[in-house]
Design a protein around this ligand. Structure first.
Ligand code: SOE
Length: 391
């Protein structure tokens, strides 16, 4: 690989442009190509983003010898075929979550990537937030004590109306899960990442608050968009837009998480709290520059994001001084910084080891999240019974 690293992007919907933004902040990465589902839409997206080559087919991008790293930001059902084909060509892969539609596909991807010796990552991007790393560090340095209760929520409202539509509601594209795959997977990864323990058993109840939706004939406004007033056909919903899940962790901790995309007023409301034997820490994505620290014998604290007040081991995740608010795109940038630092020193036929920066989730983490979601679906299908998470 040359000193500069060349990336290609598959998919230019909501998230694709943010991959490009994060890569351009790095200084040693060129985004050289973009692939979409049609040549005209790919060309329009490439023109808008200032990317030199556009392909109407992902295979053509994978055949582009100048692409070292493939970023997959396409709908879920394409993650497996695109990643498998990229790995077969010896390219590194950065894939959006969920890694695939099923745990079986995720396992296949992990095995293939290991076999080919390519670098593999999944964008569990909330790991990149400075105060998420601070919370994790407070578990590591024992100021939280042993985590005993790990709880929270991930609620959104962009699917509240029956006219709201997304490919995430269609099983052939999203896989067997909708809300859990899309945002529940983020919460589970983050909870395990911060608390340092793994979800091993789940008991889930799922719900579908909006049983029928109008699918816009013209395609619709996409994720976070509104389609009121558009023509469309009515479609019965087959997957969950709500979930309540009890959790058991491998260190004995208990937990609970609520997931929903039909909860008015909650825009991207991911909340994680880890209660330990000494103190508690709570982080809320919508107020991401604050970390609540709960005590029993003294006043609670509210830590404002400020590198000079953070644990020196992780203060580098805060790019700006205190009072200068950091946001979603900055955390995404932190993740890409860590991923590309690893790619830059990746030996030919390399192997992922423990030395990776903590923000980097690999296909192994992606598979773990798929196994958790699979167990939640199985638990709910049996009427809500404790179900072991596969490995
Ligand atoms: C839509 O629910 C979505 O864009 C998710 O797909 C992302 O992973 C999350 O970060 C924000 O919300």
């Amino acid at each position: 690989m040359s000193a500069r690293i060349r990336a290609g992007l598959v998919g230019a919907g909501f998230i694709g442009p943010w991959h490009v933004d994060a890569l351009r902040r790095l200084g040693n990465v060129d985004v050289v190509a973009l692939a979409g589902s049609r040549q005209d839409s790919a060309q329009a997206a490439a023109d808008k983003l200032g990317i030199a080559r556009a392909y109407g087919d992902y295979q053509a991008l994978l055949d582009d010898g100048e692409v070292d790293v493939v970023h997959i930001a396409a709908p879920n059902h394409l993650h497996h075929p695109v990643a498998m084909a990229a790995i077969a060509r010896g390219k590194h892969v950065v894939c959006d979550k969920p890694l695939a539609n099923t745990a079986a596909q995720g396992r296949e991807l992990l095995d293939a990537a290991r076999e080919a010796g390519v670098f593999h990552a999944v964008t569990f991007n909330y790991r990149g937030n400075p105060l998420v790393q601070q919370a994790r560090q407070m578990v590591i340095n024992a100021s939280v004590g042993r985590p005993t209760f790990i709880h929270g929520r991930y609620l959104q409202d962009w699917l509240l109306h029956e006219t709201d539509w997304s490919w995430r509601l269609e099983a052939d594209k999203s896989g067997p899960s909708s809300a859990l795959a899309d945002i529940g997977s983020h919460w589970c990864d983050l909870a395990q990442h911060v608390a340092g323990c793994r979800i091993v058993e789940v008991l889930a109840e799922l719900g579908t608050a909006i049983p029928r939706r109008r699918k816009p004939t013209a395609g619709g406004a996409g994720t976070f968009g509104a389609n009121a007033g558009q023509e469309g056909e009515w479609v019965e919903m087959t997957m969950e837009d709500l979930a309540s899940v009890l959790l058991r962790f491998d260190n004995g901790a208990r937990g609970v998480v609520s997931v929903g995309q039909v909860c008015a007023g909650h825009k991207n409301d991911l909340v994680l709290e880890v209660c330990g034997t000494r103190s508690s820490v709570k982080w809320r994505q919508e107020a991401q520059n604050e970390l609540w620290i709960g005590h029993r014998d003294r006043a609670n604290e509210l830590l404002q994001k400020d590198p000079s007040l953070m644990d020196p081991a992780v203060s580098d995740y805060a790019r700006l001084p205190g009072g200068h608010q950091e946001a979603w795109a900055d955390a995404f940038g932190n993740l890409m910084r860590d991923i590309y630092a690893a790619i830059a020193r990746w030996p030919k036929g390399g192997k992922i080891d423990e030395a990776l920066p903590p923000t980097v989730a690999t296909f192994e983490d992606g598979l773990r999240a798929l196994n958790i979601v699979d167990a939640m679906l199985a638990s709910a299908a049996q009427g809500g019974v404790w179900t072991r998470v596969g490995t």
